[in-house]
Design a protein around this ligand. Structure first.
Ligand code: HXC
Length: 513
């Protein structure tokens, strides 16, 4: 009889070998790390504790009982990232293509339940051929068990999904219900139906990469929030992303040590171009306000007319939403409203204060927008801001026109502090459009209609294209010089640190989905 310690040692070695050396080699040849290597680089060194290493599947059909692999295609456990607890699962493509069996699903569910009970994030590293075909409905049930937990955990603990290989069919819906999806360019894909089905049904020829690769989802669909160049880059991005978040909805985000100096930023002084139709990069404003190199942009390649991301101000985590004049003049449209609404709701769920930078000429007109539901989608952003109870600070850098003024975290929908630069223009619409409507008769009857329009336009602009009327009403708390913005915002977020606000008692609201 074998000595008990020797049995254990052999079993651990067997489990660590996963699907075997040749499959590990194949994984490396594709430029991918194995599940264990991914976990090794993700977690603080030596912190990983594995759970369920010796689990095997229970299927007997198709001779599966002769193919038992310890761990059953998923490595699960817990460890720390920058000293903070996280729960993690990594699907092992070397074992039955990382496919999800009943027991594989049970292992993931166990990790999710522990994460919920103990209030720490869950990170899923997905690399799977989907439902374990040999198991039929038991595998489908396993997926549903995970989906159910994803929803229960939503808003309670941060959930992050990295798609680092195939993710097809119904399997996409677990990542889709987590807070953030990262994908690795050229080695991962997500789609509900693959290229073959697409060809049969719609006669389109499309590759897996074009249909659902990382770049596609980072630029066309918005499914992925962050795109990584390779596995290691993806893992680095997960670690960074987590650094802005609290452990759970009752925790506060971590605060880095910071000594406040004079904090003037002269580079903000000339950021607004002389003409109000000239673009500038709102990221320059962000970088002029936040702590050095602290801005992590989310969804940077999709709906680029709005920017969202995390940053720190005097060491505090904040979420940033800003119109981007460089793209479509910063208008709000269907996708930018969806993108920012979801981000606002994440920040609000996890006690991350919001900074909103406004330069918005209004909503994008057109049949495309109306028929794709700009009404419902625009309402998402309005709803998300109105519902948010975290500290909320707004800075209007230039335009705040029409309904978009209301939507972009105005005082009226619950913002705490509203600032404007002297370059702010706050009005129902731009001077030209407004003059053409309200002075139409006078302009038509004038000897020189063009000159009359120009005169009226100037008159309107003088009256309304400034921040002072709104400030006189208290809708703007203070008009500030660009160079002192960072200083003012550091103080404002410190002042709002202990904000307490609650929503009326309800089961849940009915956001216009
Ligand atoms: C069982 C699977 C498997 C699966 C792959 N394998 N997918 N075993 N169930 N779903 C096994 C293969 O048999 C193979 O075993 C090994 O994993 C590696 O697969 P390869 O095909 O050799 O790898 P590759 O060429 O890289 O192709 C990867 C792949 C392909 C594109 C993922 O394997 C594939 O198309 N798999 C089936 C995908 C699928 O249709 N899944 C069901 C989707 S529906 P050996 O022993 O030969 O190495 C679904 C519904 C979820 O998931 C519903 C939730 C509600």
């Amino acid at each position: 009889m074998k000595e008990p310690f020797k049995i254990l040692k052999d079993k651990i070695a067997e489990a660590q070998l996963g699907g075997g050396k040749s499959r590990i080699k194949a994984q490396h040849e594709k430029g991918k790390l194995t599940a264990r290597e991914r976990i090794h680089f993700l977690l603080d060194e030596g912190s990983f504790e594995e759970i369920g290493q010796l689990v095997t599947h229970r299927t007997t059909d198709f001779d599966m009982d002769k193919q038992l692999v310890l761990g059953d295609g998923v490595v699960t456990g817990y460890g720390t990232i920058n000293g903070r607890m996280v729960y993690v699962f990594a699907q092992d493509f070397t074992v039955f293509g990382g496919s999800l069996s009943e027991t594989h699903a049970e292992k993931i569910c166990k990790i999710m339940d522990l994460a919920m009970q103990n209030g720490a994030p869950v990170i899923g590293l997905n690399d799977s051929g989907g439902a374990r075909i040999q198991e039929g409905v038991r595998s489908l049930g396993g997926y549903a068990d995970i989906f159910y937990r994803n929803v229960r955990a939503s808003g309670v603990i941060p959930q992050i999904s990295a798609v680092m290989g195939p993710c097809a069919g119904g399997a996409v819906y677990s990542p889709a219900m987590t807070d953030f999806i990262l994908m690795v360019e050229n080695s991962s894909y997500m789609f509900v139906t693959g290229p073959n089905v697409v060809k049969t049904v719609t006669n389109e020829d499309v590759s897996s990469e074009d249909l659902g690769g990382g770049l596609t989802h980072a630029t066309k669909s918005g499914v992925t929030h962050l795109l990584a160049g390779n596995d290691l880059d993806c893992i680095e991005k997960i670690r960074k992303l987590l650094s802005y978040m609290p452990q759970n909805c009752e925790d506060k985000p971590p605060r880095l040590p910071f000594e406040v100096g004079d904090e003037f930023r002269e580079e903000l002084t000339d950021i607004i171009p002389p003409s109000s139709t000239q673009p500038y990069d709102m990221r320059d404003v962000v970088n002029g306000i936040v702590d050095y190199e602290s801005f992590l942009e989310i969804h940077s390649g999709w709906a680029e007319n709005i920017i969202v991301g995390f940053a720190r101000i005097a060491g505090r985590s904040i979420g940033i939403v800003g119109n981007q004049p460089m793209n479509l003049a910063g208008v709000l449209d269907v996708n930018s409203a969806r993108k920012s609404a979801r981000f606002v709701r994440f920040c609000d769920s996890f006690n991350i204060p919001l900074l909103v930078l406004v330069d918005v000429p209004g909503f994008l007109p057109g049949t495309d927008q109306e028929w794709n539901g700009i009404i419902t989608n625009g309402a998402k952003l309005l709803y998300a801001f109105s519902e948010a109870t975290v500290p909320r600070v707004t800075l209007i850098t230039r335009k705040a026109y029409g309904g978009a003024y209301d939507v972009m975290n105005s005082k009226h929908i619950g913002a705490d502090m509203n600032y404007a630069w002297p370059s702010a223009e706050i009005a129902v619409m731009g001077a030209k459009g407004a003059s053409e409507i309200i002075f139409r008769k006078e302009i038509q009857e004038a000897e020189d209609p063009a000159a009359a329009l120009a005169e009226k336009e100037a008159e309107y602009a003088e009256k309304f294209a400034n921040p002072y009327r709104a400030t006189a009403r208290g809708f703007i708390d203070e008009v500030i010089y660009p160079r002192e913005t960072r200083r003012k915002l550091i103080k404002a977020f410190a002042m709002l640190e202990n904000k307490v606000d609650t929503l009326p008692k309800k089961k849940h609201g009915n956001i216009p989905l």
